[in-house]
Design a protein. Structure first.
Length: 213
C-alpha cells in the first residue's frame, strides 16, 4: 500500500514538473513572439506607408529628398518637385493597407503554419492607417492636413477610416490563440517566434539605415 502511494506521489510530482517545464517553455517563446510582433508591426507599418509616398512621387514625376524611418521618430517622406501632391499623399495609406494584405495572401499560401504573423501585420496596418486618416482629419494631422489642403473632402478621409479600421479588427479576431492567449490556445511555434524576431531586427536595422541623415 505504502509502495503504491509512493509510486503515485512520484508520478504526480513528475507530471507536475513536466507541466511546469511546458509552461516555462511556452512563456519563453510567447514573450519574444508578442514583443517582436508588436514592434515589428509598428516599424513595418511605417515603412510600407512611406513606400507608398515614394512610389506615388516616382509615378507622378516628383523627387524624394528624404525618407525617415528611424525607430525613435515618426516616419516621414519629404518630396520636392511634387507635381501631384494629392496623389502622393494618398499613395501612403493606400499602399500601406493594400501591400500588407497582398503579402498576407501570398505568405499564407506558402507558409500556412505561420500565416498568422502576416495576418496580424495586415490587421495592424489597416487599423493604424484607418485611425490615422479618419481621426487625424479632425486636427489635420500629418497627411490629413495635406489631403484636405489639396482638395480631398473630409468625408473621404472618414470613409477610408471607417472602411479599413474595422477590417483590421476583423483580421485580428481569433488570432490571440497563436500567441498563447485565449481559448483554445495552441502551442507557440518556435518557427513563428524566430521569424518574428528576425523580421523585427531587420526592420530596426532598416530604420537606422534610412534615418534621413
Amino acid at each position: 500500500m505504502k509502495a503504491a502511494l509512493r509510486k503515485s506521489a512520484s508520478t504526480a510530482s513528475f507530471c507536475t514538473a513536466r507541466t511546469r517545464s511546458a509552461h516555462l517553455n511556452h512563456a519563453i517563446h510567447r514573450t519574444p513572439l508578442i514583443l517582436s510582433t508588436l514592434l515589428g508591426s509598428w516599424l513595418g507599418m511605417q515603412a510600407v506607408h512611406e513606400l507608398g509616398h515614394v512610389l506615388g512621387a516616382w509615378i507622378t514625376g516628383g523627387r524624394v529628398a528624404r525618407v525617415v524611418l528611424h525607430p525613435l521618430t515618426i516616419s516621414r517622406t519629404d518630396v520636392v518637385e511634387n507635381p501631384h501632391p494629392l496623389f502622393v499623399v494618398w499613395a501612403g495609406p493606400f499602399v500601406g493597407v493594400l501591400l500588407p494584405l497582398l503579402f498576407w495572401g501570398c505568405f499564407a499560401k506558402l507558409k500556412p503554419s505561420i500565416g498568422f504573423l502576416p495576418r496580424f501585420f495586415a490587421g495592424f496596418c489597416l487599423l493604424a492607417n484607418g485611425l490615422y486618416i479618419g481621426i487625424g482629419s479632425f486636427d489635420r494631422v500629418g497627411d490629413c492636413g495635406e489631403m484636405l489642403r489639396h482638395g480631398s473632402p473630409v468625408w473621404l478621409l472618414w470613409g477610408f477610416g471607417l472602411l479599413t479600421a474595422p477590417i483590421g479588427m476583423w483580421l485580428w479576431h481569433g488570432q490571440g490563440r497563436h500567441f498563447g492567449w485565449g481559448t483554445p490556445a495552441v502551442e507557440v511555434s518556435r518557427a513563428a517566434t524566430l521569424t518574428s524576431v528576425v523580421a523585427c531586427l531587420v526592420l530596426l536595422a532598416l530604420g537606422y539605415l534610412v534615418s534621413g541623415r
